[in-house]
Design a binder for this molecule. Structure first.
Ligand code: NAP
Length: 293
């Protein structure tokens, strides 16, 4: 990897979160910056919730170009922004902030991150297809919006808590994704899985260190139809137990690493105002960092 040289003109990018030390974003963004030979640096900023407002004001004062937003600030940052893109409004969360005319603009690149691996790998007409999404948290919102954008006929969201599921359903109001969206408790899976052309895990079940766990039982996964796509948002381990089980059933597997790369790529395009970026370098930097070679 090329080196980054800090000068008197170096421009600042970064990620805010709490905790933030496990973020993989600095690895991939600094790899791209170094490859492009740009005078930028991308840093981790651990910011406690009570310091969010003052931190964002400080970022404006020191001319930060843009930053990523992770847990717990994805919703809390909304009132501190001058503009929120329709896509971020639809999800109700911001993961990317940029500076435009001395004002902060928030957007969400998780939708693009989620759909790009589907679009680039599988050129399908999704209009007759059924998506089943496990989990109803923050990432599930981007997945629902992404499935809607791809044109899925039906989008089923499955969770463990009916009250949270109903809140999730109601939060979409009459917005376009709400039209084809249904929510179910976990016991509905046995009838939903046979219909699933796309099955997405947005729960943390199976994430390192609990690598032997899976959101689905062996019996449930056996109901997956031939040719289905199994997509796990988790990127450590790669692949998860869920993806291994699905592959054994003949499903096509997509893991969370490519989503991570693609949401980062979309953010970097916004900050650098540059369409052509070294995505292979970003992906490889992450793979090296995770010991995937
Ligand atoms: P979140 O907001 O906390 O949502 C997690 C969801 O999983 C909730 O609906 C929760 O249910 C459900 N859940 C958790 N444990 C469960 C269990 N034991 N059984 C059944 N359901 C369970 O988290 P998030 O931000 O959506 O992130 C979810 C996952 O996606 C994480 O693993 C994260 O690393 C990954 N992710 C990856 C990318 C990427 O770029 N690859 C991007 C974003 C997120 P309740 O609502 O009932 O609590």
């Amino acid at each position: 990897m090329a080196n980054i040289l800090i000068t008197g003109k170096t421009q600042l990018l970064g990620v805010i979160g709490h905790p933030v030390e496990h973020s993989l974003s600095p690895v991939m963004h600094n790899a791209a910056i170094a490859q492009l030979g740009l005078d930028y640096i991308y840093l981790p900023f651990p910011i406690e919730p009570e310091n969010l407002e003052i931190a964002i004001a400080g970022f404006a004062a020191i001319d930060v170009v843009g930053f990523s937003v992770t847990i717990p600030h994805k919703q809390a940052i909304l009132p501190l922004l001058s503009e929120i893109t329709p896509i971020a409004q639809a999800i109700g969360a911001v993961n990317t902030v940029s500076r435009k005319n001395h004002q902060w603009v928030g957007t969400n690149t998780d939708i693009e991150g989620f759909i790009t691996p589907l679009q680039t790998t599988y050129h399908q007409d999704w209009s007759q297809q059924v998506a089943v999404i496990l989990g109803n948290g923050g990432a599930a919102r981007a997945v629902v919006a992404g499935c809607h954008q791809l044109g899925f006929a039906k989008i089923h969201v499955v969770g463990r808590n009916m009250q949270k599921l109903q809140e999730f359903r109601n939060s979409w109001g009459n917005s376009p994704p709400a039209k084809n969206l249904q929510v179910h408790t976990w016991d509905a899976l046995i009838k939903l899985i046979p219909q699933a052309n796309l099955l997405v895990n947005t729960t943390p079940i199976g994430m390192h260190p609990k690598v032997n766990e899976s959101p689905l039982s062996a019996e449930e996964i056996k109901k997956l139809p031939p040719g289905a796509i199994a997509y796990d948002l988790i990127y450590i381990p790669k692949p998860t137990q869920f993806l291994q089980q699905a592959q054994q059933q003949g499903a096509i597997a997509i893991d969370g690493l490519e989503m991570l790369v693609q949401q980062g790529l979309a953010a970097l395009k916004i900050w650098l105002q540059q369409e052509t970026l070294p995505v292979d370098v970003m992906r490889q930097a992450l793979r090296n960092h995770l010991g995937l070679g």
